[in-house]
Design a protein around this ligand. Structure first.
Ligand code: AMP
Length: 298
């Protein structure tokens, strides 16, 4: 695996690969990698000839500098994981390289970024779409892979690609979980042993909601109530939101007569965690299970 830090060098690598007729797959990350990230690289491999992964902790998507400064990092381990997963290039730009003095352009997706996580973090998604648009121009991928763990991010990126006519296929990868159900996240590293146990309330809340649907309940308020109760019963957790939404538009819905996204955010101690699943009357599926047709329509 080759590491490239310079934007021009990355673009030249991409141009050469394209000239050879190779399909470029791209997995953007913020590092401190886990099996969820590795699964995205493996997915990218299946859809491309060469795979580029990036590690860039993007200042534009953090509300406070402190939060960004304490973001976990382990470049040595990340490099090993990416290399073993079959990554061809690690793109590793510095903050100064990505945001030179004087930059004044951003990419903002409107409606789909306003609810869910966007309600409490109004500048977050513009930070994400701006850096992803820049990375797309640098890495020049044919296909890019994002995790369904960050479902709203995936929807926002699909919207950006559609609205700005970017010729890039976007693939959503399934949520990878720990054996006990906790969705893998770089932020899980912040959790104390007691918080790690408490964090299970998110996946338990999703499972409780799914069980309601399996029992034939379609009323959104009842389903949300069941999910919220699980989190409220956990003393170390504080619910930020539990929302049922249309998986394509992210507009709130009041029933699961059609497949609905159940998205959760909660603070466990000082750590903000998110999780989600798709609830469907036909079969209650976690969003990690085949949602191919639904996602390709997004
Ligand atoms: P991050 O490094 O947290 O910015 O995440 C980089 C990519 O990995 C994003 O597309 C995330 O949605 C994805 N990702 C993070 N956690 C998981 C997970 N548990 N399963 C699958 N994908 C994930």
């Amino acid at each position: 695996m080759q590491t490239i830090t310079d934007i021009r060098a990355m673009q030249q690598w991409a141009d050469a690969a394209r000239l050879r007729g190779q399909r470029i797959g791209f997995v953007p990350t913020m590092g401190y990698l886990h099996a969820g990230h590795v699964s995205l690289v493996e997915l990218a491999r299946r859809h491309a000839d060469r795979v580029v992964a990036s590690i860039f902790v993007n200042p534009l998507q953090f509300a406070a500098n402190q939060e960004m400064d304490r973001y976990p990092r382990d470049l040595e381990r990340d490099t090993k994981l990416l290399s073993e997963a079959g990554t061809d290039v690690l793109f590793l730009p510095s903050t100064e390289t990505m945001y030179p003095q004087g930059a004044q352009t951003t990419v903002k997706v409107e409606r789909v970024t306003q609810g869910l996580c966007g309600a409490a973090r109004p500048t977050h998604f513009a930070g994400v779409t701006t850096v992803v648009a820049k990375l797309f121009h640098i890495v020049k991928p044919h296909v890019a892979v994002f995790g369904r763990k960050d479902f709203q991010q995936l929807v926002a990126i699909r919207r950006m690609v559609l609205d700005l006519n970017m010729d890039i296929e976007i693939i959503g990868g399934p949520i990878v979980r720990e054996a006990d159900g906790l969705a893998m996240s770089s932020r899980n590293a912040y959790l104390s042993a007691a918080e790690r146990k408490a964090a299970l309330c998110l996946s338990r809340a999703l499972a409780t909601a799914a069980a309601e649907v399996e029992h034939g309940i379609v009323d959104g308020a009842r389903i949300l109530d069941a999910a919220q109760r699980v989190i409220r019963n956990e003393p170390l957790a504080r619910l930020e939101y539990a929302t049922l939404a249309d998986p394509e538009t992210l507009e709130e819905v009041s029933s699961v007569r059609a497949p609905a996204l159940l998205a959760l955010a909660a603070h466990v101690g000082k750590t903000r965690l998110i999780d989600n699943c798709i609830l469907s009357r036909e079969s209650t599926v976690e969003s990690r299970e085949p949602l191919g047709t639904l996602n390709s329509r997004l």
